[in-house]
Design a protein around this ligand. Sequence first.
Ligand SMILES: [Zn+2]
Length: 400
Amino acid sequence: MERRCNFRIYPNRAQMAQMERNFGCVRFVYNYFLVKRKEAYENGRGIIGYNEMCRDMTQLKRREGFEWLCEADHNSLQRALKQLDLAFQSFFRNVKQKGTAPGFPAFKSKRSPRQSYTSPASVPRRYVDRQGRVREYGSSVALCERGIKLPKLGVVRCRVSRKAEGRILSATVSRTAGGRYFVSVLFTDWEPERLERSGEEAGIRLGIRTLATLSDGTEIGNPRYFSRSQERIAHLQRELARKTSGSRNSEKVRQKLARVYEHVHAQKADHLQKVTTGLVREYDVLCVRAEARERLARDARFAGLLSDAGWGEFVRLLSYKCMWYGKELVKIDRYYPSTRTCSACGYVNEELGRRKSTGEWECPKCHVRHGRALNAARNILEEGKRLREAGSAAFLRTAE
Ligand SMILES: [Zn+2]
């Protein structure tokens, strides 16, 4: 199985400069061949393929005035050409299928706040040393004790926070808008440990104030990271407005602001990771309703908050973790009336309709009082069980 791990890296000055050179060269090569292919396309000279671009690039590096391209990691330049080729392929596919031409490959911009390049890892070479032992050396990307080894950079200091296992396929180095550096490593030949089965099932109702309410009554909070940082964000935004745009000072404030946003995003991502891992450990079958965008927008407005709940991400994480660990995720149709249905007798209370009340309601038929979220979670579980038994294709079977 393949898996991606993200690590923050702490390059020194020389490494930082080399990374910037790499971003620049990759951007240049990408844009240079984008123009070439565009011209060829417009003049009806056919398609310049990947191999031809690679040959041209080698020539280009030898030309006067382009020697600086040799300073970059060669494989990352080739990877950029591969990406360009894929972008063109999907563009041509669109033209062929739909007759329209959206998504013409775009130029990479120097001003884009995020810069990145990808280095494919070379397969390590094996040799037999004097003592007759088989040794490996020279994978261009490798994790070591104090950091990660990357082409042209040497060992960059990094915290390898998670168990990084498997064979490395590639590493993507990036610089965020806030000026932080990360490496995203793609591993293959990785086998997740199978988690023990607990025999438990749960329906999950997603919300804003409470991120998730489970059918057994468990509530998972939704820390309001954004709200907590809101004051700082507002302060920086005011400060930014006072600066001349494009000036060095405004750039500094912009970067500070980006850092705060990145911090909020990281906290949120961390929370979602922990919550979803916990759920997958604890339950064998998880049922969740694919929420409509409208509900998210409505609830967010209602709660007077920006929609930083991250439901889409929540479901995405659950889905791949269920797959890894041999658990099951049942996705229920987003139009299933989980909130309006009485979980005790099945009566659908249309009156509840669009009216928004967070509290309880009483079923007009069986007079059971329901907490809104808990009732919905119970219905989601029941619907999920029904779908599983019916063997419906609407759910994602991920076990075995
Ligand atoms: Zn009822």
